[in-house]
Every structure is written in C-alpha cells, then in structure tokens.
Ligand binder design. Sequence first.
Ligand SMILES: Nc1ncnc2c1ncn2[C@@H]1O[C@H](COP(=O)(O)OP(=O)(O)OP(=O)(O)O)[C@@H](O)[C@H]1O
Ligand SMILES: [Mg+2]
Length: 236
Amino acid sequence: MTDLLWTERVSTFYGASQILYDIDLALQENRTVALLGRNGAGKSTTMKMLAGILPARRGRIFFAGRDITEAPPHARAQLGLAYVPEDRQVFPEHSVEDNLLIAAKRGPDGRQEWILARIWDTFPLLANLRSRQAGRLSGGEQQLLVIARALMGNPLVLLLDEPSEGLAPVVVAVIGKVLRELGASGATILLAEQNMHFCLRIAEEALVIDKGKVVHRQDTVGLAANEDIRRRYLAM
Ligand SMILES: Nc1ncnc2c1ncn2[C@@H]1O[C@H](COP(=O)(O)OP(=O)(O)OP(=O)(O)O)[C@@H](O)[C@H]1O
Ligand SMILES: [Mg+2]
C-alpha cells in the first residue's frame, strides 16, 4: 500500500502562536483514517494545513508523490485533494442538483467515477431533494450535499472536517452509512472528529491529536477499548 498523503514534522502558526507541532501523518490509498481530538485540539487546523489554507511554517507535505508544501489551495484541489470544511457552505440560492453540477469535473487522472447518477444512488436522500434550494435544506442534508459535491470533482482524497458535528443522531447515522459505503468502494478519507463512536465502523485507524500534537495512533477497535487514552485525550 502506498501513502497518498503524508506530512513530515509540520508546524503551523496563527500569527505568533504556534498551533500545530511537528505533525506526522500518513494516509494510505483506499483507507479511512480518523483524526480524533477534543475541542480546540487542532483538528481543523490540521485540515486547513493539508488543504493549503494555512501555511506550514516548518516541515513538508506530500500528496500523490509530490511535495505540495508551497502549493496554494486551488492547486491542491486540482491535484485531487478535496477539502470539506466544517461550515457546510452550499450555494443557498441554487438547487441541490445545480450545487452538484457546478462541482462536476474529471479527476486528476482523468477518471469520472462520480457522476450525478451515482450520487443519487449513494445519497438517496439528496435524490429526493434534487430540485430543492440548497439553502432550505436541514444541516444534515447540507452536510450530505457538501460531501457529494466534493465527490463530483472525482478527487483522490477526501478531507472531512467533523461531518457529524451538531447533527441529530438519525442524520449522523445516515452520514456514517454513506462514509462506510465510500470506504468500502475504495475512497481515501481523512476524517476529523470529536466523536470516536462515529468513527469506529468507518475508519480503520485513528490518530489522536491534543494541544496540536499527535499523541497516539491505534486501530479504532483497539482505541475503543483503550480507556486510558480515551480518558486522557477524548471527551467521553
Ligand atoms: N483564527 C485563529 N486564530 C488564532 N487561533 C486560532 C484560530 N483558529 C483556531 N485557533 C486556535 O487553534 C487551536 C486549535 O483549533 P482548531 O480549530 O484546529 O481545533 P479543533 O480540534 O478543530 O476543535 P473543534 O472540535 O472545536 O472544531 C485552538 O486553541 C484555537 O483556539
Ligand atoms: Mg474544528
């Protein structure tokens, strides 16, 4: 298995304050890895660093064999790195279908696995809402839409920042099912979450982040049984 996305000792700052310390992470092709941590641990900052929104002041970032440390966000997206931020921004005036079509493009390798028909199959809830204005969707429906929209670009890697946050359990279950199906169909996903239980049946492996440092790595099943680490670094 090859690493598709990895970092070497990346440090990131907001102004003078250091937020990330020597982050080493690796995401293999066809795997889902969870980035777990409490509120303020540095999950979103890590995602922004990978997406190119926040510069790495030290260290290197590699994607699909290239050094992308200096590459701006649009160049990373062009290479197949899809970032779904936590704010679930849709084009509110446009229909669900148009939100998806706006994002349609071939992948960096020319592939076109994700077309509208496959989105409707994978996201039946969105199929039923295809003509609805995106601004009128519930939070959970918007979360599904931004994941689907990212897929329409046929990316190599999905970076998902807290897709379950603030959503009702029934919607969280729908999102979990979709992510499991994506993983089974060969998607490569980095999933930032506070909710370890949500990640359990989705990600094979978890990185635990605390105060901007990766403090633990374990398979998710092992982590679920690791009371010490959970008590120290995760909210539960
Ligand atoms: N724009 C900013 N300017 C300065 N500090 C920031 C900024 N955004 C985040 N931080 C700080 O960086 C640290 C990490 O924040 P980050 O948003 O990455 O955490 P998180 O793990 O995503 O948390 P949450 O679960 O609440 O989303 C926190 O201490 C936060 O206060
Ligand atoms: Mg966050």
